[in-house]
Design a protein around this ligand. Structure first.
Ligand code: NAD
Ligand code: UD1
Length: 338
């Protein structure tokens, strides 16, 4: 079976994808600098799957070190998860975001070229559609105007992959545009482990539920949506992980560039998420309505047809599954991996 190199594979989405790839019979090599993760996640991946992961502490920008790893392992395909992802922080520290996110991408592509590895999957984001495209977002739309440096790094990296593929007809690229990943592996052994105050909705909810934070502030209830709160396309991280397995099967067998949305196609509002979380888990999440958060748009969700047509992939988990598994992870690991 083929070997897949996961750059940034100890993180939230990478660790769940590692489980799905190992379960599907792929071998997995992970390199991570642990800037936003812990090697404990990969130890737990090994526990869940009963398989071994070749794990390296490495910065993906360090080309000598990444070359060593490619020398030691016969890599067939690369999935590039390594990046900084906090939107607000990217506004405060744009250069750090451009430096880390763009450099990891360039180093990976250069190392791949050196070792004649021509298969790559990239973690992009629905944020590249910008706010002016109509919903639902479909892959044939032009990239839009991003509202923050994090989003621009994703748009620029998509462009870099497209240009690299134009120049090298052997290169096969899948740009995966994730919508809003939440949930955790049903075992509760791995999950999302944010440092500090969570920026994203679900980790904030679980920290309120576990008593680490007092209440949730819902950012705005005067949007033009059915209940006035923003609507998003939340996707279970194990569905997302399985999407990466399908993308790996695909990229190994094809050439060229494909952009693929990974979402469910169904939006839920902030209030629906909080209410479902409380109902499914029988736990209270006190919340208050507050002002809108700068940069938020009322609603976006995926047209998910292409992933089905190209990969034969569709989501299987419900919103209830997402809420139950998020809580299962949080209550078993009140302090994450620490
Ligand atoms: P994460 O922070 O949990 O994972 C990213 C991993 O990359 C971390 O383990 C981090 O330590 C590592 N990393 C960062 N810079 C590195 C470097 N220079 N060298 C080595 N390792 C490095 O985030 P995630 O939620 O798992 O996201 C994975 C990818 O998906 C990111 O690129 C992110 O931007 C993208 N994405 C995430 C979401 C989301 O909602 N989680 C949505 C869209 C896109
Ligand atoms: C955000 C980013 C997006 C990134 C994604 C995953 C912005 C504008 N977009 O998406 O680029 O790809 O995270 O990292 O930041 N909410 C509350 N209270 C909270 C937290 C969130 O009401 O304490 C609401 C938000 O207003 C939003 C929804 O919950 O309506 C989801 O928020 P979040 O999880 O941060 O995701 P996005 O904003 O959709």
């Amino acid at each position: 079976m083929a070997t897949v190199f996961l750059a940034g594979g100890a993180g939230y989405i990478g660790s769940h994808t590692a489980v799905a790839l190992l379960d599907a019979g792929y071998d997995v090599v992970v390199a991570d600098n642990y800037s936003n993760s812990s090697p404990e996640a990969i130890r737990r991946v090994e526990r869940i799957t009963g398989k071994t992961v070749q794990l390296y502490e490495a910065d993906i920008r360090d080309s000598a070190r990444i070359s060593e790893i490619f020398q030691e392992n016969r890599i067939d395909a690369v999935i590039h998860f390594a990046g900084l992802k906090a939107v607000g922080e990217s506004v405060q520290k744009p250069l750090m975001y451009y430096r880390n996110n763009i450099d990891t991408t360039l180093t990976l592509l250069e190392t791949m070229a050196k070792f004649n590895v021509n298969k790559v999957i990239f973690s992009s984001s629905a944020t590249v559609y910008g706010s002016e495209n109509p919903i639902p977002y479909i892959e044939t739309m032009q990239r839009g105007v991003c509202s923050n440096p994090y989003g621009w790094t994703k748009a620029m990296m998509e462009q870099i992959f497209e240009d690299a593929a134009k120049a090298n007809p052997e290169l096969s690229v899948v740009l995966l545009r994730y919508f809003n990943p939440i949930g955790a592996h049903p075992s509760g052994l791995i999950g999302e482990d944010p440092t500090g105050i969570p920026n994203n909705l679900m980790p904030y909810i679980t920290q309120v539920a576990v008593g680490k934070r007092d209440h949730l502030t819902v950012f705005g209830n005067d949007y033009p949506t059915p209940d006035g709160t923003c609507r998003r396309d939340y996707i279970h991280v194990m569905d997302l992980a399985n999407g990466h397995v399908k993308a790996t099967d695909y990229v190994l067998a094809h050439k060229g560039v494909e952009i693929v949305n990974l979402g469910t196609g169904t939006p839920y509002s902030v209030t629906e998420i909080v209410e479902t979380f409380q109902r499914v888990n029988g736990v209270a999440v006190p919340y208050e309505f507050g002002p809108r958060r700068f940069g938020d748009i009322p609603e976006f969700y995926a047209n998910a047809d292409k992933a089905l047509a190209l990969f034969g992939w569709r989501t299987e988990k419900s919103l209830e599954d997402m809420c139950r598994d998020s809580w299962n992870w949080q209550k078993q690991n009140p302090n994450g991996y620490r």
